[in-house]
Design a protein around this ligand. Structure first.
Ligand code: PEP
Ligand code: MN
Length: 325
C-alpha cells in the first residue's frame, strides 16, 4: 500500500512526522478527494509500525473529532479553510480542551488579517498548542513558483505571534519537486522552525500534486543538504562586529527620522503659503517629477524602484495630510 510504503521511506529519512491528506480540498469536482475516515487505520498503522507521529488536514468538526479520537499527533487547517470564519469556529469548538496541536496555514489570499484572525479565533475559543504554516500565496503573474513565497508575510505574522512555532510548506510554494530544496533552505535561513515536505513512494502515481512530490530518496538527499543556522554564537569577534553594525543602524535610523521631521516641517510651511495664496494642496505634476528623481537617485545608490516608490508614497501621504491641517 502506498501509505505504508511511503511511511517506511519517510522513517528512513529520519523524519518524525508523517503527513497525509485524508480529506483533500480540490478545486474541481471529480479529482481525488482523499480516502476520508477510511484512511484513519492506515495512518494508525504507519504510526504503530514505524513510530511516526501522524498528522492530517481537517476542515470541519467531524474531521477534527475523528482524528482526535484516533490519537492524531498534529492537525492542520488548510489554506482554503483558514479564510472561512464559520469553519474555523467549528474547528475551534472541536479542538478546545484536547491539547492536540493545530497548525494554521496561511490563507489563499495575501491578507495577514485573515491569517491572524483565524489564529485569534482559536486562541479566544480556548484552543492551545497552535502553530503556523507558511505555504505561499497564489499570484496572477506567471512565476516559477506555484505560490509566491512572499517571505515578508511570514515575517509579519511572526511579529504578531512571536511565540507560535512557524513551519514552511515548500512543496506548495514550489509546485515542482526541483524547487523544493531552495525554498526549504530559504525558510531555514529566515529562522522558521520546521518543514512540511510532500513525499511519495512513486510520485508519478500520486493521486494529487504529482509534480511536487519527492521520492524518499530525494527527500533524504534534500534533508542532508540543508544548512541549519544558529540563532546565536559565543564568538567574540562576531558579537563585536554585530554590536558595531547595530549601532550604525541606530544612528542611520535617527538620521532618517530627523530628516523626515525636517521634511515634514518644510512641507507644512508649503501648506501654509499655499493656503495664503489660495492654491490647491495636491499638485500631481510636481509629485511625479519628485518621484522620478527619487527613483533615479535611489537606483544610483543601489535601492530598488519598488522600495523607493513604497517609501515615497508613504511620505507623500503623510505630507498631504499634514498640509491639510
Ligand atoms: C496540502 O497540504 O495538501 C494542501 C492542500 O495544502 P494547502 O491547504 O496549502 O493548499
Ligand atoms: Mn496539495
Amino acid at each position: 500500500m502506498q501509505v505504508l510504503k511511503t511511511a517506511e521511506g519517510v522513517k528512513e529519512c529520519g523524519v518524525g512526522y508523517f503527513r497525509a491528506g485524508l480529506w483533500k480540498p480540490r478545486t474541481h469536482p471529480g479529482n481525488f478527494e482523499g480516502a476520508g475516515a477510511a484512511a484513519i487505520p492506515w495512518m494508525q498503522k504507519a504510526r504503530d509500525e514505524f513510530g511516526l507521529k501522524i498528522c492530517t488536514e481537517v476542515a470541519n468538526r467531524e474531521h477534527a473529532r475523528a482524528c482526535i479520537d484516533a490519537g492524531f499527533d498534529m492537525l492542520w487547517i488548510g489554506a482554503r479553510t483558514t479564510v472561512n470564519t464559520f469553519q474555523v469556529q467549528e474547528l475551534a469548538e472541536a479542538l478546545k480542551g484536547t491539547g492536540t496541536p493545530i497548525f494554521v496555514k496561511n490563507p489563499v489570499s495575501r491578507d495577514i488579517g485573515l491569517w491572524s484572525g483565524a489564529v485569534e479565533r482559536l486562541i479566544s475559543s480556548g484552543v492551545r498548542n497552535i502553530g503556523l504554516i507558511h505555504r505561499g500565496f497564489p499570484s496572477f503573474e506567471k512565476t516559477r513558483y506555484r505560490n509566491l513565497p512572499e517571505w515578508q508575510a511570514a515575517i509579519e505574522m511572526r511579529g504578531i505571534f512571536p511565540d507560535l512555532p512557524m513551519i514552511c510548506d515548500p512543496s506548495h510554494i514550489a509546485g515542482d519537486s526541483s524547487l523544493v530544496a531552495e525554498i526549504a533552505q530559504q525558510a531555514l535561513d529566515l529562522g522558521l522552525d520546521g518543514l512540511m515536505i510532500e513525499c511519495h513512494c512513486n510520485p508519478e502515481a500520486a493521486l494529487s500534486d504529482p509534480l511536487q512530490q519527492l521520492t524518499p530518496e530525494s527527500l533524504s538527499e534534500l534533508l542532508g543538504s540543508l544548512r541549519l543556522r544558529d540563532t546565536d554564537t559565543e564568538d567574540k569577534a562576531y558579537q563585536a562586529r554585530l554590536a558595531e553594525l547595530r549601532s550604525m543602524i541606530d544612528a542611520y535610523d535617527d538620521a532618517i527620522l530627523y530628516a523626515l521631521s525636517q521634511r515634514m516641517e518644510a512641507s507644512r510651511e508649503i501648506g501654509k503659503i499655499k493656503r495664503e495664496h489660495n492654491i490647491s494642496i495636491l499638485q500631481l505634476a510636481r509629485w511625479d517629477e519628485l518621484m522620478e528623481k527619487a527613483i533615479i537617485s535611489g537606483k544610483e545608490k543601489g535601492l530598488s524602484e519598488e522600495f523607493v516608490r513604497d517609501i515615497f508614497n508613504e511620505i507623500h501621504k503623510a505630507s498631504v495630510i499634514s498640509q491639510k491641517n
